[in-house]
Write a protein that binds this ligand. Structure first.
Ligand code: TYM
Length: 334
């Protein structure tokens, strides 16, 4: 069977953007693909500086996957750090990858641009080598599992393209008797192209501190929804649904007839942001309530979460060893 693979970094509470951009599409693919979904803890280490946080958020991402419907009997869920073969492959891949490719990576370039804008002379200030090598580690995650498709949000598309490029470089140099599979990017089917906005209108992201956590308690969820930035158009005036973060989030969660109705009412005038926010809160709260309960059970220290992760790690490693032994033979270190 063909393989679908994706990862989420344990850098904070999983949020609505993760669900829309990655978790839901990935769970859909799991009906037809062999699915390998993992917690990218060593990717998170480029920024996380607390062992307790790393442990907490790793469990939190795993619990989120299960609460959202991942069945660990059918889908392999594991921690990246439980598959050390990844790091061996990452080294091999770094030896067939041009430095220029890393120089052009969006995340790295964004930091350099920010430094330039702030007048900081060393454009690499604040860049650790993990961040610089990030795309290679991600290519290793993907190529190690003989992956066919990678469901991710649009912000990760360059990384998946890099993984494909790196596989081709390896194959061109060493591909006589063994080749790495060239993976394909899969963007969320509805609104490929769209990225879920956060409470300040920018892309919802843990690094912007503008996320709506999936499993916030009702009262907190209500507060966060109230905080979403809106303009000052008065209640009675027409509003453009497609430039409203509140509407764009609602669009992903409410039933199509509700979305269509709200869209018309916004355009006609008469619906205020307050009312729209109430609808969004109710929609999210109702949808998340059963998942939240499951999530909380799993997060208890005595749940079987850690056991499930360990089992997933064993399965993932077995698969990884096969590909890695092909790679070792291809480069002559077998
Ligand atoms: P991460 O942890 O930043 O995000 C996890 C997934 O959620 C998607 N996502 C969004 N989608 C839509 N709208 C948003 N606002 C939004 N925010 C996040 C991301 O696109 C992603 O799919 N580098 C990856 C983790 C990773 C990985 C991999 C992914 C490591 N190795 C191998 C796939 C394959 C990351 O930082 O995702």
């Amino acid at each position: 069977r063909k393989v679908s693979l994706t990862g989420i970094k344990p850098t904070g509470e999983p949020h609505l953007g993760n669900l829309i951009g990655a978790i839901r599409p990935a769970l859909q693919l799991a009906d037809t693909y062999e699915a390998m979904y993992f917690i990218a803890d060593y990717h998170a280490l480029t920024t996380v500086r607390s062992a307790d946080e790393m442990r907490h958020y790793s469990r939190s991402v795993a619990a989120t996957w299960i609460a959202a419907g991942l069945d660990t009997d059918r889908i392999t869920m594991y921690r990246q750090s439980d598959v050390p073969e990844t790091f061996e492959l990452a080294w091999v891949l770094s030896c067939v990858t041009g430095k220029g490719l890393m120089n052009r990576a969006h995340a790295y370039k964004a930091i350099r641009d920010r430094n330039a804008a702030a007048g900081i002379e060393d454009l690499d200030a604040g860049v650790n080598m993990g961040l610089y090598n990030y795309p290679i580690l991600m290519a290793a995650d993907i190529l190690l599992m003989d992956t066919d498709v990678v469901p991710v949000g649009k912000d990760q598309s360059q990384h998946v393209e890099y993984a494909a490029d790196i596989a081709k470089s390896f194959n061109a140099l060493f591909g006589e008797t063994f080749t790495l599979k060239v993976p394909e990017l899969v963007l969320p089917a509805a609104d490929a192209g769209k990225t879920l906005p956060g409470t300040d209108g920018r892309k919802m992201s843990k690094s912007y501190d503008n996320t709506i956590p999936l499993f916030a308690p009702s009262a907190q969820l209500k507060k966060i929804v109230r905080r979403i930035a809106t303009d000052s158009t008065p209640v009675e005036e027409p509003k453009d649904p497609d430039s409203s973060s509140v509407f764009l989030i609602l669009e992903q969660f409410a039933a199509p007839d509700v979305v269509a109705d709200v869209r018309e009412r916004l355009k006609a005038g008469g619906m205020g942001w307050g009312e729209l926010k109430n609808i969004l809160f109710e929609t999210l709260d109702t949808q998340m309530a059963p998942l939240r309960e499951r999530y909380e059970e799993l997060m208890r220290p005595d749940s079987d979460l850690d056991e499930r992760l360990a089992e997933g790690g064993v399965k993932a490693r077995a698969r990884a060893r096969e590909v890695l032994s092909g790679v070792r033979a291809a480069v002559g270190v077998d």
